[in-house]
Ligand binder design. Structure first.
Ligand SMILES: C[S@@+](CC[C@H](N)C(=O)[O-])C[C@H]1O[C@@H](n2cnc3c(N)ncnc32)[C@H](O)[C@@H]1O
Length: 260
């Protein structure tokens, strides 16, 4: 993982101490105000923590209350949407899910809203902090609180190591993987929030080993999200795939048993 030049900005005096701890723990410079010389800025404001991209002049944060996620919570396609079908959600089967590439927790929140108990693993301290901050704000709202409280559990770890040490009597039904896509030449084709993630993280080069490890640790299936025309992440052939307009979900069936 290559992290681009990143600074921590203590914009709000009330968040200064938290910002300071993050900067110290991650050996990052701490500034009082935004500075365009710093390519990426993790800004601790009064309301929220935001990752600001100086080049794109915009930022990302996790929002379970307003915006696209809340809209999808209200009007989304329910169990009929491709991601739900891909994880095998149907009457009589509401699988537990381990999302090993949490990112901005969007896919996880969709699945949690459909009733799946989901654990989210994120290795980047920046992304983990953004999700944690989104959960903190989301817990203050009636619409998102029950889902966040009862269905989502956030873990800061490398997912390969995490899966290797999971207790064998508590294997998840489904493991979900959504690796970073390689940066596209035509950046106009990539949404700004994904461009910011690419600037921070580059591309994930361990998707194949995540798949290998996941195959030994799910009881029902492993699902990998890919751009519609992208190659599979490894030589292992998926059992089947489900596609939506721009996305393909490759499905690998598993036969591991949870040992009691
Ligand atoms: C494309 S993003 C996932 C987006 C997410 N599905 C969403 O809906 O917001 C991929 C994320 O996986 C994380 N990641 C990649 N490999 C990982 C690993 N081995 N362990 C934990 N997190 C990992 C990256 O840091 C990045 O945040």
């Amino acid at each position: 993982m290559t992290e681009a030049a990143l600074c921590v900005i203590a914009e709000s005096p009330s968040r200064r101490e938290t910002a300071q701890i993050f900067a110290h723990n991650n050996k990052l410079p701490l500034l009082e105000a935004r500075n365009p010389d710093c390519a990426l800025q993790l800004c601790y404001g009064d309301e929220r923590i935001e990752l600001f991209d100086s080049k794109l002049n915009t930022g990302i944060y996790v929002d379970f209350v307003g915006g696209a996620l809340a809209h999808r919570q209200q009007y989304g396609g329910g169990r009929g949407q491709a991601i739900a079908k891909a994880i095998g959600l149907k009457k009589g089967n509401t699988p537990s899910v381990l999302d090993v590439t949490a990112g901005l927790a969007r896919d996880a929140y969709i699945l949690a809203n459909l009733g799946c108990k989901i654990s989210l693993v994120e290795r980047s301290p920046v992304l983990y902090t953004l999700i944690e901050d989104g959960i903190r704000r989301g817990l203050e709202h009636e619409s998102s609180k029950p889902v966040l409280e009862n269905f989502m559990n956030l873990i800061n770890a490398d997912a390969c190591l995490f899966m290797q040490h999971m207790p064998r009597d508590r294997l998840p039904d489904v493991i979900y993987i959504d690796p970073m896509y390689p940066e596209r030449k035509k950046s106009a084709l990539v949404k700004k929030d994904m461009q910011i993630l690419q600037h921070l993280l580059g591309k994930d080069d361990d998707a194949a080993s995540l798949l290998d490890t996941a195959l030994n640790n799910a009881t029902q299936r492993v699902v990998i999200k890919r751009p519609i025309h992208a190659e599979a992440v490894s030589d292992i052939k998926p059992a089947t795939s489900i596609s939506s307009k721009k996305t393909r979900y490759d499905i690998y069936l598993c036969h591991n048993k949870s040992e009691s």
